[in-house]
Write a protein that binds this ligand. Structure first.
Ligand code: ASP
Ligand code: MG
Length: 408
């Protein structure tokens, strides 16, 4: 069986008319002789509406019942697509998470997939059905419904593609693929034909919100080629795949940004073992994600420690860290909401020198001060004052030759 998995996001199934358009694409793939498994998101806006209802209904809106409610959006769009496919003469049926089953742990609201059985799906595909699966939902061993976290339908799709050893997982969305940067910021941003899993992971977690990060981790682990493309055009999209020699020749693939960052500095921290753990443990316990961390070289038994969190966590992180700072007798704590992060991503950085210094030179040339720096093998991130973020993205995009060639 040549199985392909297609996933359609919320805007692609946002209206009945759009679902009909999706159905045509599905039929076209089936007519090519493929066994097609389709994963759908909820109609656009629906999950937000359901989440809103939960918070209005009860203060304790998390957990088991939350998942019963928010997972329903996907069931509706899946059922509608299957109905429309049948009307078009293409036999289709839905399989919900518990019917497959897509087994997860019991972390309601952000469950992790543990196992996917393929017998039922394979049987139905072999019988000639298009199988439509609601994304985002899973089921625990005990039979309770779970959801995989916002954006989780991408992960459902890639995980199913892995379990079924599908040829490809096509992710249909409202953009034409992965761009060198946000086309909203740089009119000359270019669509990438191909990108490696590692680059995509950096791009996804750095703010290019095309794919849920966890779906890319899955794709990398099982080497599933993921094609990101638009359901509104016939444009070819971007293939997320294993790194190859071509990719390494491209030094920088993209510039990403995270606008809503904030930083907290703990000044005059006693320089002794266990202090960093004391500072970060309460943040982790509160579920706050710490992004960059910089610790200065200490002078006389004390040091400064600065870290970033997302702006939405800032107030809580400040309260928690103030308490810790006074317990460990730090001299002071300073917060700043007005920062953003700009990052340069490229697999070719591994084999090319001078990318960091070029980045710093370009930013300096615009008078932009870099407040923090962090790097990985294929990424350089700089924290800058928020008001300079867009400028930084544009000048770096240009300096690294990412803009598309002018047409005339
Ligand atoms: N409907 C869910 C959300 O909006 C899952 C998804 O669309 O991927 O987060
Ligand atoms: Mg999405």
């Amino acid at each position: 069986m040549d199985i392909i998995v297609q996933k359609y996001g919320g805007t692609s199934v946002g209206t009945l008319e759009r679902i009909r358009r999706v159905a045509k694409r599905v039929v076209a793939a089936a007519e090519e002789g493929k066994s097609v498994l389709v994963v759908v998101s909820a109609m656009s806006g629906e999950t937000n509406r359901l989440v809103g209802l939960c918070s209005e209904a009860s203060l304790a809106h998390n957990g088991r019942e939350y998942d019963v409610i928010v997972s329903s959006g996907e069931q509706v769009s899946a059922g509608l697509l299957a109905m429309i496919l049948n009307d078009m003469g293409s036999p289709a049926l839905t399989l919900l998470a518990h019917q497959i089953p897509v087994l997860t742990d019991d972390t309601h609201g952000s469950a992790r997939i543990k196992d996917i059985k393929t017998d039922v799906i394979k049987k139905r595909l072999a019988e000639g059905f298009v199988v439509v699966v609601p994304g985002f939902q899973g089921v625990t061993e005990g039979g309770d419904i779970t959801t995989l976290g916002r954006g989780g339908s991408d992960t459902t799709a890639v995980a199913l593609a892995a379990a079924l050893e599908a040829e490809v997982c096509e992710i249909y969305t409202d953009v034409e693929g992965v761009f060198t940067t946000d086309p909203g910021l740089c009119a000359d941003a270019r669509k990438l034909g191909k990108i490696s899993y590692d680059e995509m992971l950096e791009m996804a977690s750095l703010g290019a919100k095309v794919l849920q990060t966890r779906s890319v981790e899955f794709a990398r682990k099982y080497s599933i080629p993921v094609l990101v493309r638009s359901s509104f055009t016939d444009s070819e999209g971007t293939l997320v795949t294993m790194e190859d020699e071509d990719m390494e020749k491209v030094v920088v693939s993209g510039i990403t940004y995270e606008r809503d960052e904030a930083k907290i500095s703990v000044v005059g921290v006693p320089d002794r073992p266990g202090i960093a753990a004391r500072i970060f443990k309460p943040l982790t316990d509160a579920g706050i994600n710490v992004d960059m961390i910089v610790q200065n070289i200490g002078t006389e038994a004390s040091t400064d420690l600065t870290f970033t969190v997302s702006e939405s966590d800032f107030d809580e992180a400040m309260t928690i860290t103030k308490a810790t700072a006074s317990e460990i007798k730090a001299a002071d704590i300073v917060g700043d909401r007005d920062i953003s992060k700009v990052s340069i991503v490229g697999a070719g950085m591994k084999s090319h020198a001078g990318i960091a210094s070029k980045t710093f030179t370009v930013l300096a040339g615009e008078g932009i001060n870099i407040e923090m720096i962090s790097t990985s093998e294929i990424k350089i991130s700089c924290v800058v004052e928020s008001k300079y973020m867009e400028l930084a993205v544009r000048v770096l995009h240009k300096a690294f030759g990412l803009a598309h060639e002018p047409l005339v």
